[in-house]
Ligand binder design. Structure first.
Ligand code: FAD
Length: 307
């Protein structure tokens, strides 16, 4: 029997998880939140400009800390640990965190987001391969660096714009024929003189011993060639964080958690919110909205359960 008994367990401390905690507490549920990064992936957003209410934008780090604090102010318990395993028995979810501490609750929200993918190459983990331009871009300040961004979506666009302030030259390497980012990002990229876009170009592997010194690329209809770079930032896709789920729940072929319009998953009492579910918008706003709805329907579920 575990001692840490709650009404609602929330996996993930990003926008979806912290909003679920805020709403859960305000609906009278005792909630516990797992996650070691207050604000989750929002910390990678230099300026969050598309969340209503902040006409001048707000740094993602600050937004993340605010939502985290707001959940705590409502009484949510934030462990600052990750949940290693979630199981289900006798109508309760059982969780073990990274310190080996056990928790249980009759309902749970999975809001664990997703992580960026690495290139499928032998030397994928080389030094100089990065995923967060805000965090690692400053490493290249004052070095007259040439940096590459691999990808074509909004995240790739943001990486390119962020490091364009630090590097002499930025190469935006896209496998596709077109950039897949919105018009705002495309316009900003076009206006930035030191960003060069290489379309139809695939990265085959990294060059270098310990540290990336170049990219071996192949453009359509051409042979392989090496582009010298000092570092590379990847935005080539995502993998949802579901490894901790040790219970039967339906996933999409890509591994996202299937949830209905009430954020209910195929498992009783289990809800999914934000980037980890089969959503069509991977945004802070939609993650927050999911979190609020997941908490509301978790509260409804518990009410039915206790009737
Ligand atoms: C470079 C970049 C720029 C972006 N720009 C914008 C933008 O301008 N506007 C916008 O709206 N969105 C933007 N986004 C997207 C936005 O950050 C995400 O959509 C949003 O953070 C999703 O929130 P979430 O709570 O679902 O997941 P996340 O923010 O990913 O949070 C999930 C958290 O769960 C944690 N976690 C994972 N596994 C476990 C576990 N086992 N136990 C406990 N915790 C766990 C993760 O570490 C993470 O902290 C950007 C993303 C990136 C990468």
């Amino acid at each position: 029997m575990t001692e840490n008994r709650y009404d609602l367990m929330i996996l993930g401390s990003g926008p979806a998880g912290t909003t679920a905690a805020l709403y859960g507490q305000r609906l009278g549920l005792q909630t516990v939140v797992f996650g070691d990064i207050p604000g989750g992936n929002a910390y990678m957003i230099e300026s969050l400009d598309n969340f209503p209410g902040f006409p001048g934008g707000i740094p993602g780090t600050q937004f993340g800390v605010y939502t985290f604090q707001q959940a705590q102010n409502e009484g949510a318990v934030c462990t600052m640990t990750r949940l290693d395993r979630l199981t289900y028995a006798d109508k309760r979810f059982q969780g073990i965190d990274s310190n080996g501490v056990e928790y249980s609750a009759p309902s749970a929200v999975v809001a664990t987001g997703r992580v960026p993918m690495r290139l499928a190459v032998a030397n994928a983990d080389m030094k100089g391969v990065h995923f967060c331009s805000l965090c690692d871009g400053p490493l290249y300040r004052g070095q007259n660096a040439t940096l590459a961004v691999v990808g074509s979506d909004n995240a790739a666009g943001q990486h390119a714009l962020t490091i364009a302030r630090i590097a002499d030259q930025v190469l935006l390497v896209c496998r596709s024929k077109h950039l897949a980012m919105d018009a705002v990002h495309q316009n900003l990229i076009e206006m930035q003189a030191n960003i060069r876009v290489l379309l139809n170009t695939e990265v085959l592997r990294y060059e270098g011993l310990d540290f990336v010194e170049g990219l071996v690329v192949q453009s359509q209809g051409e042979g392989e060639k090496i582009i010298a770079v000092d570092g590379v930032f990847l935005a080539i896709g995502w993998r949802p964080n579901t490894k901790m789920l040790d219970l039967p729940v339906e996933l999409t072929p890509d591994g996202y958690i299937k949830a209905d319009e009430k954020l209910k998953t195929s498992h009783p009492g289990l809800f999914a919110a934000g980037d980890v579910r089969d959503t069509d918008m991977w945004q802070v706003l939609t993650a927050c909205a999911d979190g609020a709805r997941a908490a509301k329907y978790a509260a409804e579920y518990l009410e039915q359960m206790n009737k």
